[in-house]
Design a protein around this ligand. Structure first.
Ligand code: GDP
Ligand code: MG
Length: 322
């Protein structure tokens, strides 16, 4: 089912600039203090938004196939890396959209291939350089909630790729980021009914391109000067050590509540409802109608007769002829 590699030593970590390595080690230390020795991160989103590239950026190795023209990822792929007793599992998935619709089959396949896994964090990837939130986005968000339970959005990070962009004239980079992320966050909160007091979904800016600017330490930076990779990992660590429950993908979640069994309980209730609120009132009304008809028959017949005799307003031509 799922191509999953044996946990390998996380050599990619040493490929990062020293400053990034230090930041990541500090975060791993934070996890160790909280007794978290493994993390499983699920990456979801539409096709071509940069999921596979983000997985590669995070691991620091080319572990997932990236394609400019179509989603090369046709299977769910888990990549595991071990570093000083800590295991990072990161799961790349195929895009969730086919043509203009959410591919529910793809989502179901992803879910089934994750049987018995526990998801600590979900990165929902979209592009920063998008200008609208449309019905398809809403569908995707809802489909994820349907497949994994709405709770999955409580362990979500919104990852926005293509973050090295020049915003349109007259709007600053930070304003652009705020507008784009707010539009997406508001949509998600509307679709997945968040309660007041629920924590905001954290936003992580991502730039996977090899042409991303770097600072003097060789770290990848965004137009606002921020170093994005450690920030993304920080959000992941915050969620993993936070209060939201991880999502356990067990058989119950996959098979869902049996609709036949669940429905059967209601069958007698439905009959009772139909009898009390439909059959009884109907019989009553019919009886009343029949009674009143008998009482009123003479006047009714008179009325009908009058109608026939009176000139018809619908046929003025005929009236003129007279
Ligand atoms: P996926 O279908 O969501 O897995 O997307 P991919 O990771 O395969 O990326 C699709 C295309 O977008 C590829 O050509 C990537 O090189 C490109 N891409 C992904 N992320 C970024 C990014 O942050 N910046 C830029 N400039 N290109 C990106
Ligand atoms: Mg991909």
């Amino acid at each position: 089912m799922m191509a999953s590699s044996q946990p390998r030593e996380w050599t990619g970590l040493q490929q990062f600039p020293v400053a990034t390595q230090n930041a990541l080690h500090a975060l791993l230390e934070k996890l160790r203090k909280e007794d978290v020795n493994s993390l499983t991160v699920l990456v979801l989103g539409k096709g071509g938004v940069g999921k596979s590239s983000t997985v590669n950026s995070l691991v620091g190795e080319r572990v997932a196939a990236v394609s400019a023209f179509q989603s090369e990822t046709i299977r769910t792929v888990m990549c595991s890396r071990v570093r000083a007793g800590f295991t990072l599992n990161i799961i790349d998935t195929p895009g969730l959209v086919e043509g203009l619709f959410v591919n529910d089959h793809a989502l179901d396949t992803i879910r089934r291939s994750l049987l018995n896994k526990t998801i600590d964090v979900m990165i929902y990837v979209d592009r920063l350089d998008g200008y609208r939130v449309d019905n398809l986005d809403r569908q995707v968000v809802r489909a994820i909630a349907r497949s994994f339970g709405p709770q999955i959005w409580k362990i979500a990070v919104l990852g926005l790729t293509h973050a090295q962009l020049s915003p349109p004239d007259g709007i600053s980079y930070s304003d652009f980021v705020e507008r784009r992320s707010n539009a997406l966050i508001e949509m998600i909160q509307k679709e997945v009914v968040f309660k007041k007091g629920d924590p905001q979904i954290p936003i992580a800016l991502i730039e996977n391109s090899g042409r991303c600017s770097t600072n003097s330490g060789g770290e990848k930076v965004l137009p606002d000067g921020s170093v994005w990779l450690p920030k993304l990992v920080e959000h992941i660590v915050d969620i993993a050590t936070g209060s939201a429950e991880p999502i356990v993908i067990d058989k119950k979640l996959i098979d869902g509540p049996n609709p036949n069994k669940r429905g059967r309980v209601f069958v007698p209730l439905i009959f009772l409802f139909q009898y009390l609120f439909i059959m009884k009132p109907m019989v009553y009304l019919m009886k009343r109608d029949m009674e009143s008809e008998v009482r009123r028959r003479p006047s009714w017949e008179v009325l009908a007769g009058q109608k026939e005799e009176s000139p018809s307003a619908v046929e003025p031509v005929q009236t003129e002829e007279y």
